[in-house]
Design a protein around this ligand. Structure first.
Ligand code: SF4
Length: 509
């Protein structure tokens, strides 16, 4: 149901407003900056909101004509058609619709992923989860095949839900700032998956544990832990103390953040094996001096540090111009960082996402960042990550169970304040599953949750079982390749999937 609230003339004093079942949408003139902005706020909890300031003008062929700042006409068009087009596709406007008499029905343009200029490189395999690194953990998949028990070797923690940025593509727009965990809860989670899990495997699965120790030098337990979530895990009050404590454990650490608060001791970052800094649209972050990401504070300990892998992450969209891509390239050079992965907005539906990937690849080619075959020429690489589809889902999950449960867990704190605990999920991408429906843009434990943080040990002390049917809940999964890899490693018994050139960071498969 759409409830129409108010709709004043663009440029007048009152803003454009519309309310759908899921969002409050408002458009207004931007104070001081010129042009319009459109704000989206979820109606289903959380106080966070996303701000859009640009849109893509698209030809009937689906090709991008240009990126434009929102003006009065475009803002009205988007708000008038928001319910039909959704919270992401609304910002791609066909030029003929904008100049004509309204929005026409269109068939989605089917882009074949194979037609996109792209090469799967060593960087993409090392610095993103393509599934390749799973082959280095074969004994845990033998254990799963022969016993039905999982081995949680990789985990991600969100710690809290705090972020000051207003990214248009935010995957957790419906988060609640009050959902934070305590230091004791954080340590209990890591102890259960680390020390306790290793002991459990030594005692109960000695054969597989010995094989794993021979292959990796460690017991079967948590090998890679990522601190992420809410945009800035390093704003969590216990961040430095927690990282100091983690540094004494036998596991590799990764950090995903939107920035570096100046009050944090710079030496704390030396404990990470890798750090990935997300570059937001420059008008979405309050931390960018003069709205320039490359003017933000960078700890000296992460610059030109050969002992630490530092990468940037950038989502390409209507907010992107050539200048920012050139400055990302310059920032990699200036800071001695290792890479920047660039990808399309994961909130888009599969067809729109593939079209966006195609446009991104062509832009990288035109700007000289990739060659004619899609091979990176500099440190920027294109991560070709896109939604799956129903036919593949039916064939892949013939047993009705997600395979990421076999080795991975993602603890998100959504609901923690109200319930005193919160759920673990098999992956982080359930918030952006854009299939036939709009993505949820929040973690929904009823739909995708496994065990809560207080019961996390059950992930490896009980038989793996389906918590939900991914054929129904996850047909647009972004990790079908990883699911397929687990399925094959767990069923092939003896096939060698390890690539010739070992990737880096094998404890973050
Ligand atoms: S989106 Fe894919 S990987 Fe994530 S829970 Fe669903 S099936 Fe598993």
């Amino acid at each position: 149901m759409t409830i129409f609230h108010a709709n004043a003339e663009p440029g007048g004093a009152a803003p454009l407003r519309r309310q759908t079942e899921r969002f409050d949408i408002s458009g207004r003139l931007r104070a001081g900056a010129g042009g319009y902005e459109i704000r989206l706020r979820s109606r289903q909890g959380g106080r966070n909101h996303a701000v859009h300031t640009h849109f893509n003008l698209v030809a009937d062929s689906g090709d991008l004509i240009e990126r434009r700042p929102l003006d009065a006409q475009a803002a009205r068009f988007i708000i008038d058609n928001f319910e039909a087009r959704g919270d992401t596709a609304s910002f791609d406007i066909f030029a003929s619709d904008l100049t004509g008499s309204g929005m026409r029905e269109r068939e989605p343009v089917a882009t074949d992923p194979k037609s996109i200029r792209h090469q799967l490189t060593g960087s993409e395999q090392s610095y993103t989860a393509t599934g390749t690194k799973l082959a280095y953990h074969q004994p845990i998949f033998d254990k799963y095949r022969e016993t039905g028990f999982a081995s949680i070797i990789r985990a991600t923690m969100t710690l809290h839900q705090v972020c000051a940025s207003k990214c248009p593509y935010c995957s957790t727009i419906r988060r609640n700032r009050a959902d934070a965990i305590t230091l004791d809860e954080a340590k209990a989670f890591v102890t259960a998956l680390g020390e306790d899990q290793a002991r459990y495997n030594r005692d109960n699965f000695a054969v597989y544990n010995d094989r794993y120790r021979e292959a990796t030098g460690a017991d079967i337990g948590l090998r890679g832990l990522i601190l992420s979530g809410g945009g800035q895990p390093n704003l969590w009050p216990h961040f430095a103390e927690f990282v100091d404590w983690l540094a004494g454990l036998d596991m590799d650490l990764g950090l995903i953040t939107n920035g570096f608060p100046p009050h944090i001791d710079e030496d704390i970052y030396r404990h990470f094996q890798w750090i990935r800094l997300s570059i937001t649209p420059e008008d979405a972050s309050p931390h960018y001096p003069g709205q320039r990401f490359d003017a933000q504070y960078m700890p000296e300990t992460i610059r030109h540090n050969d002992a630490l892998t530092v990468g940037l992450s950038y989502v390409h969209g209507p907010w992107t111009d050539d200048d920012i891509l050139a400055r990302i390239d310059g920032a990699l050079e200036d800071n001695g960082f290792d890479y920047c992965r660039v990808l399309a907005d994961c909130n888009l539906s599969r067809s729109a996402q593939l079209a966006a990937h195609g446009a991104l690849a062509e832009r990288l080619f035109q700007l000289g960042f990739i060659d004619v075959d899609g091979q990176p020429l500099k440190r920027i690489f294109h991560q070709l990550k896109y939604h799956g589809e129903g036919t593949e889902a039916e064939e892949l999950w013939d047993g009705g169970q997600c395979f990421l449960q076999v080795y991975n867990t993602f603890w998100d704190t959504t609901g923690h304040e109200a319930n005193g605990h919160s759920a673990c999920y098999p992956c982080d991408s359930v918030t952006v599953l854009a299939g036939d429906e709009e993505p949820e843009r929040r973690f929904d434990a009823e739909r995708w949750g496994t065990h809560s943080n207080t019961d996390v040990a059950k992930l490896y002390t009980e038989h793996v079982r389906p918590f939900f049917d991914p054929r129904q809940n996850c047909a647009a999964c972004l990790f079908m390749r990883n699911n397929r890899m687990v399925k094959e490693l767990s069923s092939a018994g003896g096939l060698d999937f390890t690539p010739g050139e070992p990737p880096e960071h094998i404890n973050f498969p």
